[in-house]
Design a protein around this ligand. Structure first.
Ligand code: ATP
Ligand code: MG
Length: 254
């Protein structure tokens, strides 16, 4: 059974149809790429899936349940987590604290009881710290756990965003341009990291990426959007040679 299904998902902003009748299915364990030129509607798809926007028409289901119009916090609790194209970290917090804070979402103890140092909260905080350290190892940031996140290099901040998203233990992880601003070596490491996350952490991954080499070598299925509409879907070999895809990217650095 599919984990995520978009069925003719559409959203209009005034006169602009940002996403137009987009349908695709993602199965458990997929490494699924969403690509397309600037302004194609990729991030808007993430915003529809995560409940930031409600579709104008069409349906979205997750794990067999209709989530069309479900508020963002509920969707997060159902098991979808994301990173943002423009990095959103707690800048003055340490790397470790950033991940621990994200982990609270999943736990019973509220931030308030943690604030008042109730014994249950102290125990839970220790547990969250341990889990967070493990995630920092996955994204190769354990050695900078105590550094303020704003002092990290850009590529490291992107990896920290991934650890934060993973801290909620989602079934589906959405990554919005995770390789943006990374150098070739960082991209290669990220590529292996995302594969590892899928293989060893039981997560399905949907990622948006502009770097064609990155996305072609990582994703098994690729969905191509242009002007809010599907222009191609299939494995990398098909997408790479599709005349519509080539035409859409003319003028962009592929
Ligand atoms: N809240 C909004 N209000 C009005 N227009 C919007 C809104 N969000 C997105 N859009 C428009 O929808 C279109 C798709 O935007 P989106 O951010 O999804 O593109 P994208 O494919 O992620 O592009 P990029 O590769 O540049 O990140 C754009 O024309 C954008 O200006
Ligand atoms: Mg975008």
């Amino acid at each position: 059974m599919n984990l995520l299904k978009l069925d003719k998902a559409t959203i209009k902003f005034g006169g602009l149809i940002a996403v137009n009748e987009v349908s695709f299915e993602i199965n458990k364990g997929d490494l699924f790429g969403l690509i397309g030129p600037n302004g194609a509607g990729k991030t808007t798809c993430f915003n529809l899936i995560t409940g930031v926007y409600k579709p104008t028409s069409g349906q979205i289901s997750f794990d067999g349940r209709d989530i069309t119009g479900t508020p963002a916090n509920k969707i997060a609790n159902l098991g979808i987590a994301r990173t943002f194209q423009n990095i959103r970290l707690f800048k003055s917090m340490s790397v470790l604290e950033n991940v621990v804070t994200a982990g609270y979402l999943r736990h019973k103890t509220s931030m308030a009881s943690a604030f008042f140092y109730l014994p249950s909260a102290i125990k839970e905080n220790e547990q969250l710290k341990e889990e967070a350290m493990k995630l920092l190892e996955v994204v190769d940031l354990a050695h900078v756990a105590d550094v303020r996140s704003c002092d990290l290099a850009y590529g490291m901040q992107r990896r920290l965003e991934i650890a934060r998203a993973m801290a909620t233990q989602p079934q589906l992880l959405l990554l919005d341009e995770p390789a943006a601003g990374m150098n070739p070596q960082e991209k290669e490491e990220l590529n292996a990291m995302v594969k590892k996350i899928r293989d060893h952490h039981n997560m399905t991954v949907l990622l948006i990426e502009h770097d064609m080499r990155f996305v072609m070598s990582l994703c098994e299925k690729i969905f191509v959007l242009d002007h809010g509409e599907e222009i191609c879907f299939g494995p990398p070999e098909k997408v790479r040679n599709d005349p519509k895809v080539i035409a859409a990217y003319l003028g962009e650095a592929v």
